[in-house]
Design a protein around this ligand. Sequence first.
Ligand code: 13P
Length: 267
Amino acid sequence: MKKTLWLFGNWKMNHGPAAAEKFFSEWKQLRQQPFAAGIQVTLFVPAVSLAAARDAAAKFDSAVRIGAQNAHWEKSGAFTGELSGPLLQEIGVRDVLIGHSERRQFFGETNESVRKRTEGLLEQGFRVTLCIGENRAEREAGKTKQILLEQLGAVFTSSAGNEPAVCSRYLDQRLLIAYEPVWAIGTGLTATPAQAQEAHSWIREFLAEKCGKDAAAKTPILYGGSVNPGNVETLMSQQDIDGALVGGASLKPADWNSLVLGASKVL
Ligand code: 13P
């Protein structure tokens, strides 16, 4: 049994403002009762849909948060195409996804830029969901643990070189880690519960070594990669899996509603 379960959806480059409103009105029809206590829902939506989704979510259930899929570490400046913390704060957005593998794979995001984004946005009071994960070649070469530790290690290195400060700034439940094996994203191939649990235990160990057991135990670690209503309960019942980051199955209200219901059984 778990006390809290973090169910996060990532709409990626889907659902404009009208579709976002439709999503919430359809979800409202489907949902028969309020969320079970302990369920935390956030949906990361495209930038143009943030305001519409924020309004629709507020009418649906004030516990649902809306987040951005990326943001810059600087507060303003000549950074065409980027969003900043203050721009998001102005429209009431307090959640950001950072370092998604699609940003790393297709848009040149590096461990260093991921560190800067994470540090800058935590500094500005955002809740950051940091994505890490190995690709297929790395898994097949037996390098999964090494890759995860490299990706985490890069972020947990303060620019000021002060390790304890990084821990106190990072690990107060404003930083969540999402383990998303790249080979499982959008492929229908899910990590087995045992594979996911193993990776999550390495992440928890890293956090404990870096920042102490208490901080590590409090940090939510989410699994992502082809999570659907049929596999969510088994995945969520693993010891070190505290939630899910869901792509495809977060786009349709019917799937998302049954995924939330299915996951709630582990509470
Ligand atoms: P899928 O659930 O579509 O595999 O996507 C996972 C993901 O990338 C969420 O960020």
